[in-house]
Design a protein around this ligand. Structure first.
Ligand SMILES: [Zn+2]
Ligand SMILES: [Zn+2]
Length: 321
């Protein structure tokens, strides 16, 4: 575990050394279609902006469904203030697409608003196993005590295990679709069939190098096909700008390319620096977070112990993307 934290610290330091600009603040909420808004952050991913995680809301007849809480009470409070500029309806649901801190650690703010917190059963399991430890160690990887003020772990209050769950939500048909394991164990995506909208969570990173540390590549690529088959016209990724089917296919291709190359390089006994150079020069260009290539190599391909743990669903939660 300590080694994994060191890796993440190195990742964050390397982000700074790469000269990322310290831009803060999200874009205002964007109306995707009637009653559906995205809350995107297309700046550089940093601890102070939930590592660039996206979120969104769906406004029904009687309440609001929020998709992902962002990574701290402070971030969630800012998000809630944005929501209040658009609607005064109560927060009925908080949907968690997966357990990673930057998508789930603001949940208490929405619970305090009376929201039911909905997630896949495996997401709850991952949170129970790892979230408290992750929060205790959060300052080690870049989140300051000030940024974390008021942040507390709260768990989903409703989970499901099947292929999908249709929420009881007046005015909009909301389907939570199981996508586990893919980007992480317990991942789901949110499909609004009548609106032709999908919130993918971290199945999709558009224009970002994805975090693949807990990724199960074959299943992940299959889930991207599943999203693609839905014919959505508006796709909100876990990270990056409003996306399309083309971005899903580029993500699918990127995952295969990374996995094939990294596996081949490891099998030839090359060291991690050589692997990094080969991947960096071969992979499609994606802005920001080039260091995630190194992080993914270290965590998924050069740490067989962690990989073994992952395969038995006992992976350590990483405070990442
Ligand atoms: Zn993420
Ligand atoms: Zn994630």
């Amino acid at each position: 575990m300590i080694q994994l934290f060191r890796i993440v610290i190195a990742f964050l330091i390397s982000l700074l050394l790469l000269g990322v600009s310290l831009t803060f603040g999200r874009e205002p909420m964007i109306q995707i279609t009637d009653g559906v808004y995205s809350y995107l952050d297309v700046h550089d991913p940093l601890p102070t902006n939930s590592f660039g995680a996206n979120s969104g809301i769906i406004i029904g007849d009687e309440g609001v469904a929020v998709i992902d809480s962002l990574g701290s009470a402070k971030e969630a409070q800012n998000f809630l203030a944005e929501i209040k500029t658009i609607t005064d309806k109560p927060i009925q649901y908080l949907i968690l697409t997966h357990h990673h801190l930057n998508h789930s650690f603001g949940a208490s703010v929405f619970k305090n608003e009376g929201a039911e917190i909905v997630a896949h059963a495996d997401c709850l399991d991952e949170m129970v196993k790892h979230s408290h430890t992750t929060l205790e160690n959060a300052t080690s990887y870049g989140l300051t005590a000030e940024e974390l003020a008021g942040t507390e772990i709260v768990y989903p209050t409703r989970t499901f295990n099947g292929q999908s769950l249709k929420l009881d939500f007046k005015g909009v048909d909301i389907r939570l679709v199981t996508a586990t394991p893919s980007h992480s164990r317990g991942s789901l995506f949110v499909h609004l069939p009548e609106k032709k909208v999908v919130f993918t969570g971290d199945l999709l990173f558009t224009d970002y190098h994805p975090y693949m540390g807990e990724g199960q590549i074959v299943r992940w690529r299959a889930e991207l096909d599943k999203v693609s088959s839905l014919g959505a016209e508006k796709i909100i990724p876990g990270h990056g700008p409003l996306s399309s089917n083309r971005d899903l296919m580029e993500m699918k291709s990127y995952l295969a390319q990374f996995d094939t190359l990294a596996t081949e390089i490891v099998s030839h006994g090359k060291n991690i620096d050589r692997a990094y150079r080969e991947l960096y020069t071969t992979l499609p260009t994606r802005s920001r977070s080039e260091s995630l290539i190194m992080a993914n190599l270290r965590i998924k391909y050069f740490h067989p112990t962690d990989q073994k743990a992952q395969n038995t669903d006992n992976a350590k939660t990483l405070p990442a993307q």
